[in-house]
Write a protein that binds this ligand. Structure first.
Ligand SMILES: [Zn+2]
Length: 445
């Protein structure tokens, strides 16, 4: 979920100014090294005909991807599986260091010396904790988000601007995370027995608040969003929006090419803040058919209220997580609380333990959260095909997205690791749709 990624990112940043000045990245690699072919011609097997076969059409699309690009994309994505494990283990080790060496208790003592006001204790503790853990996690962060992304031609920033973004992320994490921490410890003090229920409620409401303010207050810290004026692109999108009851008057462009070569788009906000946003990579590299297919998918998310479905899922998971947390905290604090010098659940020094337990919960829940997400993405694909009627545009988009997603995984692999359907399954669904709507395509010929 958005807040999880956000907090994880916030925790993965670092204040390390010397690194900005001491490092001169030697990255002459061109992003183009990883780029998938932009299909200009629909392959012969995918053209409308009396012998159209969805499987043959899917294979023909996949055959357009050169073997070296497939190998590269597979290596990138499969490396991500291991990163899930390394991130988990690394995070657990860092949390255990903070507990066993009693750094957490010392940070709490320091916070208590600063002031007698309890919410400020929490905030001062949080500042120390986030900065220190960010420094510990920095080697993994810089490998994963900087060097590895450059190696695979997905990143576009040099080290200085990348580090500046990390610091901004750290600032956002300190502020928003600090407010949430103060609220949660306030809840624990007020409701010593039922804190886990009210803690879950506060977390859910705070996450919704974060999602609401993100486009207005957080996104502009990292990127520029401008109104798109190219009528060739805007008109078909707004027409599609009107046909689907989406009250948007403008289409926006976001300059994510500052950070990455990835393509994406979204429909966000409510009533007055409703907006359709395409990223500049999609605009630059996508064909009109592809852009329409992607927009159809995004409109599917919007019309089918996936944001609310997501909030409901997140709410259930959060309540479950807090009930597990309550049990696990009681159990661990009884055994090791004295050794770690943690006074109880209401002591900010408990934070590394909460993070450790959250890491275990998130790690175990990975296939469940991926399957939830993948199911909604599949629905949006179906909606997008019916709306845009661009199965070949969809196939092109899937091949472009294959620059950072494995195209053809096994079924168990897809179930565990994929938060979107695999490229092969998405192209197959598009070709299956085309097979049942051949008249739309034969009429044009
Ligand atoms: Zn989607």
């Amino acid at each position: 979920m958005a807040s999880r990624t956000f907090l994880a990112k916030a925790l993965c940043c670092l204040i390390c100014f010397c690194a900005i000045f001491c490092t001169t990245p030697a990255l002459a690699q061109l992003p183009a090294a990883n780029q998938m072919p932009s299909v200009i011609q629909v392959p012969a097997e995918a053209q409308a005909s009396s012998h159209f076969d969805p499987t043959a059409a899917t294979n023909a699309y996949l055959a357009q991807i050169p073997a070296d690009k497939t190998a590269r994309s597979d290596a990138y994505f499969e490396g991500g599986y291991w990163l899930i494990l390394w991130e988990f283990l690394y995070g657990v080790v860092v949390a255990l260091l903070f507990l066993n060496l009693r750094w957490s208790a010392r940070m709490r003592d320091l916070a208590e010396r600063v002031t007698r006001f309890q919410p400020v204790h929490t905030f001062v503790y949080w500042l120390q904790y986030v900065v220190l853990t960010s420094i510990f996690i920095f080697p993994l962060t810089v490998y994963e988000e900087y060097f590895r992304e450059h190696k695979y031609g997905l990143a576009t920033q040099t080290f200085g601007p990348w580090m500046a973004d990390q610091l901004k992320g750290l600032g956002v994490g300190l502020m928003l995370g600090g407010v949430l921490a103060m609220l949660l410890f306030g809840v624990v003090r007020r409701f010593p027995q039922a804190w886990w229920i009210w803690g879950a409620v506060v977390t859910i409401l705070f996450s919704i608040f974060t999602v609401l303010i993100e486009p207005v207050y957080i996104v502009p810290l990292f990127n520029k969003v401008t109104r798109l004026d190219d009528l060739k692109i805007v008109d078909p999108i707004l027409s599609m929006a009107r046909a689907n009851g989406i009250a948007a008057n403008d289409v926006y462009e976001i300059d994510v090419s500052r950070q990455t070569t990835r393509m994406s788009a979204n429909v966000s906000g409510f009533a007055n803040t409703l907006r359709i946003t395409l990223n500049d990579n999609l605009l630059r590299r996508g064909s009109p058919e592809e852009i329409q297919a992607v927009m159809g998918h995004e409109m599917g998310h919007y019309v089918m209220h996936h944001i609310y479905v997501g909030i409901m899922f997140f709410s259930i998971v959060t309540v479950l997580a807090f009930s597990c947390l309550r049990w696990a905290l009681d159990w661990t604090l009884q055994r090791w609380g004295a050794k770690w010098q943690i006074r109880g659940v209401d002591d900010p020094a408990v934070v590394p333990l909460v993070v450790l337990l959250a890491l275990v919960f998130i790690f175990v829940a990975t296939p469940i959260s991926n399957t939830f997400s993948r199911t909604l993405e599949y629905e949006a694909d179906m909606y997008g095909l019916n709306t845009s009627r661009q199965p070949d545009g969809e196939a092109q988009a899937d091949i472009h997205l294959g620059e950072y997603r494995k195209m053809n995984p096994g079924p168990i692999e897809e179930w565990i690791f994929f938060d979107h359907p695999s490229g092969r399954n998405r192209i197959y669904a598009a070709m299956r749709w085309k097979a049942e709507n051949l008249k739309l395509f034969t009429a044009q010929q």
